[in-house]
Design a binder for this molecule. Structure first.
Ligand code: KIV
Length: 269
């Protein structure tokens, strides 16, 4: 049963931006209207993450997600989310130049009700973030471990272990802040380093595997609720044994069909 009353006001880019050093921001991914509707009363931001390509598409990484796929899922999430801020992930290679980025980001505004887009990268992508912001698109940044870099880097590597990496993270956050992004996801970063990065900018930092001293948290829903069990990163906490519950339910349904117990009188015309 829910422990939070559903008194939520509609979130906006400004209301999220104002949450620096305030009540932690709750963010989760969703990929369809059904789950967006379930999550909406409890969260501030719903991210249509390109992680859907792995957990739902069965791919080994996010790199082959396309604009078409992301638009389809963003449209669906917007149908289910009433009060949450909906952020659409720009897929790999959809923002190689400012002009292409604007062309693609604009599709999320013209074809869906998304409030903002998210792009991965720091100083190397600040000019793209600025171009989008200057052209009226709200942008969420994403620094630290960047899933779209996983093939180039040979895996998913925690960041902030060396002084060089720590300095880079602060430089990345500042560049995005100056470019005008309204908040930044910081992923896979040593907690004490994430805390320092958070202190270096006056916009919220939302952590995933970045400790507790940032302005909010995000989790991929299928990880958090135990539906995706191929692997479990250390930072994921399972709030539900989803796969186990489904396994029990589907086996019960299969047995009842085989034993002609379903449908019964109550479920027949
Ligand atoms: O794609 C995604 O779900 C994300 C989160 C990991 C932040 O980018």
């Amino acid at each position: 049963m829910s422990i939070l009353p559903n008194l939520k006001k509609a979130q906006t880019v400004s209301s999220i931006k104002e949450r620096k050093n305030q009540e932690p921001i709750v963010m989760i991914t969703a990929y369809d209207a059904l789950f967006a509707k379930l999550f909406d009363p409890h969260v501030d931001i719903i991210l249509v993450g390109d992680s859907l390509h792995m957990s739902f598409g069965g791919e080994k990484d996010t790199l082959s997600a396309t604009m078409e796929i992301m638009l389809y899922h963003t449209k669906a999430v917007c149908k289910g989310a009433k009060n949450s801020l909906v952020v659409a992930d720009m897929p790999f290679n959809s923002y190689p130049t400012p002009e292409i980025a604007l062309k693609n980001a604009s599709k999320f505004y013209s074809q869906t009700d998304a409030h903002a887009v998210k792009i991965e990268g720091g100083t190397n992508r600040a000019h793209i973030a600025k171009y989008l912001v200057d052209n009226g698109i709200a942008v969420m940044g994403h620094i630290g471990l960047l899933p779209q870099n996983s093939r180039a880097e040979g895996g998913y590597k925690v960041k902030g272990k060396s002084e060089t990496e720590q300095a880079k993270l602060i430089k990345d956050a500042k560049a995005l802040y100056e470019a005008g992004v309204f908040c930044i996801v910081i992923e896979g970063v040593i907690s004490s380093v994430a805390k320092e990065v958070s202190k270096s900018v006056n916009i919220p930092l939302i952590g995933i595997g970045a400790g507790n001293e940032v302005d909010g948290q995000v989790l991929v829903w299928s990880d958090a609720f135990g539906f995706f069990s191929d692997f479990k990163p250390k930072f994921v906490k399972k709030y539900l044994e989803g796969a186990k519950l489904i396994d029990e339910a589907i086996s019960c349904y299969a047995n009842e069909v085989k034993m002609r117990k379903f449908p019964d009188e109550k479920t027949s015309y």
